[in-house]
Design a protein. Structure first.
Length: 107
């Protein structure tokens, strides 16, 4: 299934619109407590383990969005937007959402 941030696909015609589809993934508080505590140790560096966790959350959100689109009979999701938000008490959790428009592309 094609997933794109653009609203059109070159060489393809949108034959049908199925509506907005979305997927979410939520990361627990411990990840972020550990992350912010470890920043002192990583000054100026990157935290590969946390980047992997965020990447997995993004991939999960996209996979859920694609599964919802497939159920509707779509063969593409266009106009995809990925957001990262804090939720829960004192922003103790991070939610990754992926949303777009499920469509059927014809030649």
């Amino acid at each position: 299934m094609l997933v794109t941030t653009t609203h059109t696909v070159e060489g393809k015609r949108i034959a049908d619109y199925f509506g907005v589809v979305a997927g979410e993934a939520i990361l627990g508080a411990n990840v972020f407590r550990d992350f912010f505590a470890s920043i002192r140790d990583v000054v100026g560096g990157r935290s590969g383990s946390y980047e992997r966790v965020l990447s997995e959350a993004r991939e999960t959100a996209i996979a859920e969005m694609v599964a919802e689109a497939r159920k509707l009979g779509a063969n593409a999701v266009i106009g995809v937007d990925i957001d990262y938000e804090t939720v829960g008490t004192n922003g103790s959790m991070l939610m990754v959402t992926a949303a777009g428009t499920a469509v059927y592309l014809a030649e």
